[in-house]
Design a protein around this ligand. Structure first.
Ligand code: PLP
Length: 533
């Protein structure tokens, strides 16, 4: 085994000491000028000199726990991520691997002796990369809702893992709890939410970070159920109202909680908005049949077409029967920062809870959903337990917030760091620009669709989403077009069904997304349509 090796990568030359004894010896030599001799030699031929204790082939427990290992390879990984994100712009956007490709490509059991980073990193390129669909490819990814994990938020995520505090109660890490309160208040103000949702307000409301909009819906519907249970109603008789456009998370929450879910139908004539009169009729019918309505879920920005349920009349109907109104604003909530959408959020004063995903339009990587409640009490009643080992003077004083009682798990990550980094690094101006940019790009794409005699817009454009069809063609052709576009790998778009008919959804927006990117997406669709016509 060699004791010392020299690595040259680009114009950086690294001396790698494979044995601590050699390092110590060279350390001695360094005192005698070895270090500077090598550096000046390297410099004279235009190279940069770097000394490293990390052997490329170093393995095992000891090296994996060394700070240098983390520092050096952490740097390498950051570079890998940056290179990936630059390069994924122009590669086949949807993964083409066959099912089980990785089970076939990786050993069937874990290595007994820890491996060197170099071989792990090499598998990242050869094994993992081919199995990725490139969500960060801002010029090719138009599927679902275009997310964007901005660089500041990725760093926040890294810091969260590096600090690894478990902020379940205040004393578990005061900064974790308090930064969450502060950043959620910042976000609430940015989105023009009513004061009652802010932690700094006088009332019993406030915000809390949950993992997802689905978790948030489960928590608030549980609170709504527990609230009614006090009035002696059985779970199996409880009903939650959603529309046929509500995301499946709401129905899933009712499945978990063992309560009923009633779907209120919407129509294209009402632009797929839940009608308060239909909701009221459903509630009254259920009451007559001995059931117990407990909550309604309204959506501001539905997944299929970005429809907005009218909050004012829905809240008024729910108030009559004391139903909890939850607003699923997972995607659309971010647009509350724009004046032009302000009226779509009218009625928030009257609702009980509101959830917006920071991991959708707000530049954070999954998972960070901001859940705001007008009154924390029902959630605390539903989820508070205080085992002996968690008792502490601060909690007992009542002067602090213990977020463990606002959520399902006990442990909680320091997730507010990524939102804090985003809000500080971009500022509200930057964030608003990003949200507005998505709308502008969608308008531009819609314009291209409108000018194309082969295509037709299916519903008025809302937020950053455009829904359209191949004009005059049946369902089979819509599917053929979708398949053809996806097969190119040049654009990833998905479909939904509106009024029983397939429509193609193009979700615009992404920090680096430009008009050229959107035009590129349109060109692929137009070209493929004419090819398969
Ligand atoms: N609600 C709406 C309106 C959505 O569009 C989505 C996802 O796109 C969700 C909920 C699901 O969000 P999560 O994965 O955070 O549960």
């Amino acid at each position: 085994m060699s004791l010392l090796s020299i690595n040259k990568s680009g114009n950086v030359i690294t001396l790698i000491f494979h044995n601590p004894a050699v390092l110590a010896a060279v350390g001695g030599l360094t005192l005698c000028g070895f270090h500077s001799v090598v550096r000046s030699l390297a410099n004279s031929v235009g190279l940069t000199f770097k000394k490293s204790r990390i052997g490329a082939n170093e393995k095992g427990w000891a090296s994996a726990t060394r700070p240098e290992d983390f520092r050096d390879w952490g740097g390498a990984l950051l570079k890998w991520i940056t290179d990936y994100r630059e390069n994924c712009r122009d590669i086949h956007v949807i993964s083409r691997v066959e099912p089980n490709y990785l089970q076939k490509g990786l050993p069937t059991s874990a290595p007994t002796v820890g491996e060197g980073w170099q071989s792990i990193m090499s598998d990242l390129d050869s094994k993992i990369l081919p199995g990725l669909t490139h969500w960060e490819a801002s010029n090719r990814f138009f599927a679902y809702f275009k997310p964007h994990a901005s660089y500041p938020a990725v760093l926040g995520e890294m810091l969260c893992a590096g600090l690894n505090v478990m902020g379940f109660d205040w004393i578990a890490s005061p900064a974790c709890t308090e930064l969450e309160v502060v950043t959620l208040d910042w976000l609430g103000q940015f989105l023009n939410l009513p004061d009652k949702f802010l932690g700094s307000s006088e009332g019993p409301g406030g915000g809390v970070i949950q993992g997802s909009a689905g978790e948030s819906a489960t928590v608030v519907l549980l609170a709504a159920a527990v609230r009614k249970q006090k009035a002696q109603s059985e779970r199996t008789k409880m009903v939650v109202y959603v529309s046929d456009q509500t995301h499946a998370i709401a129905q899933k929450a009712t499945m978990i909680l063992g309560i009923r879910c009633r779907v209120v139908k919407t129509s294209i004539e009402n632009r797929f908005e839940m009608q308060a009169a239909d909701l009221e009729a459903a509630i009254e019918e259920d009451v007559k049949n001995g059931l117990c309505p407990i909550a309604a879920v309204a959506t501001t920005g539905t997944t299929s077409s970005c429809a907005f349920d009218p909050l004012v009349p829905i809240a008024a109907v729910c108030k009559k029967r004391d139903l909890w109104v939850h607003v699923d604003a997972a995607y659309g909530g971010a647009y509350a920062c724009l004046d032009k959408y302000r009226e779509k959020f009218e009625g928030l004063e009257e609702v009980d809870s509101f959830c917006v995903n920071c991991h959708k339009k707000l530049l954070c990587p999954f998972d960070i959903a901001a859940l705001y409640v007008a009154n924390r009490r029902p959630i605390l009643d539903a989820l508070s337990l205080q085992p002996e080992y968690l008792r502490n003077a601060h909690s007992e004083s009542g002067a602090v917030v213990d977020f463990e009682h606002w959520q399902m798990p006990l442990g909680r990550r320091f997730r507010s760091l990524k939102l804090w980094f985003v809000m500080r690094r971009f500022g509200t101006e930057g964030l608003r620009f990003h949200v507005q940019n998505g709308c502008d790009l969608a308008d531009y794409f819609a314009d291209l669709v409108e000018k194309d005699e082969e295509l037709e817009i299916s519903v008025p454009v809302s937020l950053s989403l455009v829904c359209f069809r191949w004009k005059g063609r049946g369902e089979e052709d819509q599917q053929r077009l979708l398949d053809a576009v996806k097969a190119t790998g040049e654009a990833f778009v998905i479909h939904t069904k509106l009024d029983g008919r397939i429509v193609i959804r193009v979700a615009c927006g992404g920090v680096e997304q430009t008009k050229e990117d959107v035009l590129g997406c349109y060109n692929v669709i137009s070209r493929e349509l004419r090819r398969i016509k």
